[in-house]
Design a protein around this ligand. Sequence first.
Ligand SMILES: [Zn+2]
Length: 229
Amino acid sequence: MIFLLFGPPGSGKGTQSRMITNWLEIPSISTGDMLRAETEAGSELGQAAKSIMAGGGLVGDDLVNKMLAQRISRPDCQRGFLLDGYPRTVQQAEFLDQLLAERGLPKPVVLHLDVPVDALVGRMTSRRQCPACGRIYNLLHQPPKKPGVCDDDDAQLVTRKDDQEEVVKDRIRTYEKLTRPVLSHYQDRKYYQIRGDRSPAYIFEEITGVLEPLLAQNGCGRPKVKRAN
Ligand SMILES: [Zn+2]
């Protein structure tokens, strides 16, 4: 089966992506990983992407789509795969529809981690980093032992630029503007909205609750996940 995972910055999408793909033993594919792999391998697509990025440009849909078409042809994708952060645009979504249809692959199952903006902002602006060792703390659920200083080296913790409220709000706005049309594209498919303002274990439990019946229908049942309480 094929899964698309959507979620705003700070929604814990990366964590859920790892949990789902470990559980189902399928690869997780993100645009960033594909770009890195292609540029490191020095492939034709990788070189094209590299020269665009070196010029300060954004790699366009066509190039990303080509990389995706190649990536999902690999043997590790035979049992399915999860796309994390792709498609980012309606053009990419339409390309993916066509690609899957051409290859006789099933329509994707869309998982959308939905987190209220206030909760996202709260989560992200409560992050602090140690400038000396790089360790990340979160004042909400992983605070340092002594307020404001690193447990390991007593350095004064700082807020990273990325975690400042205005920057965070801006990133969320950009995400929503980009993603809303993509999500509407999938609204009439197998589309599941998952509330993301809870613990990672709880969110994963809800996801497996949605996926287990679908997997059973498709005859690719996985071992039951131990329920967290
Ligand atoms: Zn430190």
